[in-house]
Every structure is written in structure tokens, then in C-alpha cells.
Design a protein around this ligand. Structure first.
Ligand SMILES: [Cu+2]
Length: 111
């Protein structure tokens, strides 16, 4: 897919967030959320916290490579295990770092 088309799709996806209703807490919260693509490996599945410990690569403009905890939804929690390479979208939501749209990633070619 061409980058320009991808950008358009991205803008369309985000458009509903920009609609009025910004008076409610929820809308305010979602409008403030920015998501960034992440690639990493799950180093630990933390079922009690509904979270993964992920060793992630550098995320330009957001944070350097590190191992940290991300909240995930119940379905995601069940679908992955320690050692899985993943991609996802990270965001800061309140006090939590959240990982969404988690998918298996192809292993990185050895250097
Ligand atoms: Cu981090």
C-alpha cells in the first residue's frame, strides 16, 4: 500500500474521535490518546495484572528500547505466551501503558 493511501486511511480512522461530544470524560480521554507502533518480545505473561512484560525496540520520539509492562485485554492475554515476538500499538492511558492490536511478528533476521 502506498504511504499516502495509508495516511488517508489513518486519518479516516481517527476522524470520529474529533467529533463534538468532547464534553464527556470518555471522549476527552480518547481524544488525548496517541498510539505508536511497537515491536518486541514478550518476556513474561502477567495474568493477574492482565499485562505482558515486553522487551521492545526503540520507539522514535517516545522511548528508547527497554523492557516494560503493558496492559492488554483478556483475549490478547490468552493469545500469546512468553517468548512470542509481537507488534502492537502502544499508548499511555491514565497510569498505564497499554498495548493494542497485538499481532505475531516475524522473527527479526539475524545481523
Ligand atoms: Cu518502554
Amino acid at each position: 500500500m502506498k504511504p499516502s493511501l495509508l495516511l488517508s486511511l489513518f486519518a479516516l480512522t481517527l476522524a470520529p474521535l474529533a467529533l463534538p461530544a468532547a464534553e464527556t470524560k470518555t471522549a476527552e480521554k480518547s481524544a488525548a490518546i496517541t498510539r505508536h507502533p511497537l515491536r518486541g518480545v514478550i518476556t513474561s505473561v502477567m495474568a493477574e495484572q492482565s499485562a505482558f512484560m515486553v522487551k521492545h525496540e526503540d520507539i522514535p520520539g517516545v522511548m528508547r528500547a527497554m523492557t516494560m509492562m503493558f496492559k492488554v485485554d483478556a483475549a490478547t492475554l490468552k493469545a500469546f505466551k512468553t517468548g512470542d515476538a509481537i507488534t502492537g500499538l502502544l499508548s499511555r492511558q491514565g497510569r498505564d501503558w497499554v498495548l493494542e492490536n497485538v499481532k505475531p511478528a516475524a522473527a527479526k533476521p539475524a545481523k
